[in-house]
Design a protein around this ligand. Sequence first.
Ligand code: HEM
Length: 242
Amino acid sequence: MLPAYKNYSTWSPAVRWFHWINVLSVTALILVGLMMLYSKEIGIVSIEARVGLKELHVSIGYIFATNFLIRLIFAFAGPASARFSAFIPGKSFMQSLQSYRASLKAGKPQQFIGHNPLGKLAVTALFTLLTVLAISGLIRAGTDIYYPPFGSTVASYIAEEGIDPASLIPYQSEGVNAEKMASLKTFKSPFGKIHLYTAYLLMFLVVIHVTAVVRAEVKEGDRLVSSMFSGKKTLSEKPQDK
Ligand code: HEM
């Protein structure tokens, strides 16, 4: 007998818009970030070109950070499917994870309108890494090229007395107090390291996330990928989270 398919509404428009803007902006940030990291190897050597790459990365970073901030607001005050409670592992999480894994092993995967338990773990980890990247990126944007939101405070701190902080040029020492610049370097260095290693972790997690989503799409038959466009899932089993 053919399974009885039923349609369910899933991800709200806020979640879907966030998801695809996030995919595009994070992909662009990774590409430009890697160009910054290997700038010498790809022939970008002049200081102007390297600062230009940073400005491009930071400009895309603002799109990413604004989109992420809006998503976080929805996680506090949006529809049920957008809230933290829809993905942060809660009280009976371990039981639902075990039961989901057992259903995978048995070849009869449980179906969900929202995230399956492994998806919840992935989204929680992704949100954590994105938060670290947004904060460390904004700090480096201020301390490296004096960009908002912290740039004017940084420039006012390192400018020599009588020098207009707005006239300082990134990576040039004119008008800059050498001692204060040295202490700024000590302050900003760990944020650069945190930013870079978190970006590597994110790249690793994105590969796992995409692999898991494609596997679920092929093996579990719940149209996970198209649901992130349409906001509809077509399920053949009674969903576990209804
Ligand atoms: C998913 C988000 C992000 C990813 C994957 C990412 C990735 C990267 C990578 C791979 C680098 C190269 C690291 C290096 O050259 O040492 C980098 C550097 C940088 N990123 Fe991001 N980034 C993200 C978000 C942001 C945001 C939101 C901003 C600020 C608006 C930002 C600002 C910077 C700055 C200023 C640097 C230069 C730091 C340095 O020279 O050490 N990033 N990023």
